[in-house]
Design a protein around this ligand. Sequence first.
Ligand SMILES: CC(=O)N[C@@H]([C@@H](O)[C@H](O)[C@H](O)CO)[C@@H](O)CC(=O)C(=O)O
Length: 300
Amino acid sequence: ITPVKLTGLVAATFTPLTTEGEINLSVIGPYIDYLKEKQNVKSVFINGTTGEGCSLTVDERKQLAAAWCQHGKGKLEQVIVHVGCMSIKDSQELARHAASIGADGIAVISPSYFKPINADALRLFIKEVSAFAPDLPMYYYHIPSMTGVALDAADVLNGIEQMIPSFQGVKYTGTDLRDLGQCVCYSQSHNWSVMFGVDEQLLGALVLGVHGAVGSTYNYLGRIVNQMLAAFDNGNHMQTRALQVHPSSHFACFDVSVNKQVMSEVSGLAMGPPRLPLLPCPVSKAQAIAQKIKDFSQGH
Ligand SMILES: CC(=O)N[C@@H]([C@@H](O)[C@H](O)[C@H](O)CO)[C@@H](O)CC(=O)C(=O)O
C-alpha cells in the first residue's frame, strides 16, 4: 500500500491530565472536534515533546494512542504516534501497539541518555524499532535541543531507504537551515515528507521546500497559520510575513508548561497540569498570553 503523504499542518498534541496528574482520556474526543472545527487542523502527532511522551509510562502511551485512533477515526486524516523511549524494547512495544490500533504512522527520537555515536548507530536503532511495525510509515524525529544528539539529520537519512522500506521522512525541529535543505533535497527523490517543527521559523523552512509542519502552536494558532500557508502558496509575501512574524514573536517560544495552560485558556478544554519535573504555569500568565491570541485571531 502506498502511504498517504504527510503534508500541511499537524498539531503536536498536549496530553490531558486530571488535577491529580492521571491521563484524562475524556478530553480527547472534544479535543479532536476543536482542532478540526476551530483550527482547521486535521492531523495529529501524539505523545511527542508537547505531549510529554517521555514522562509517560508505556501503558499510558498505549492508552492515549488507542484513544486518539479510536476518536480520530473518520475525523482525522492522520494520527502519528511518537514511540521514542530510552529503551529500544519499549519503543518496539509501542511501535507494534501503534500498528495494532490502526495508527497512520510512527516517529522516533534518538535515545538521549546513551546516545548513538554516529549516524549508522542511529539508523540501526530506527530500523530495529520499525521492524516491529513494518507496514507503518516511519519518521525520524530530529530534535537536538531536547535529545542533545546533534548528528546532521541529512546524514541519518542518507541510505536509510535501503534499511527501512517503510521510511517516510523526517520531523525536523532544528534551526540548521543548511541541514534542513539537504533533507528536503534527499527526500524529494523518495517522495518523503519533511515536516518542520520550529513554529516561529516556519516561513524560512517553507522557502526551503518543506512539505508541512508539526508543532505545538497549531493547537491554538492553526487557523492563522493555515492562512499563512495559503498566502505563501499564492506568493503573497507581505501577508505571509505578517502572519509569521506577528503571532510568533508575541505568542510562541515558550515551554510546554506555559503552552499547555495557554491551550486550556484559549480552547476551554481542560488540559490539566504538566507532569513533574515540569511545573504548572501561573494561570494569570497564561491568561494574558491567551488574551493576545484571542485578540489577534479575532482580527483575522
Ligand atoms: C522544542 C519543542 O517543544 N518544539 C515544538 C514546537 O512546536 C515549539 O513548541 C514551538 O516552536 C514554540 O517554540 C515542537 O517541535 C515539538 C513537537 O512537535 C512535539 O511535540 O513533538
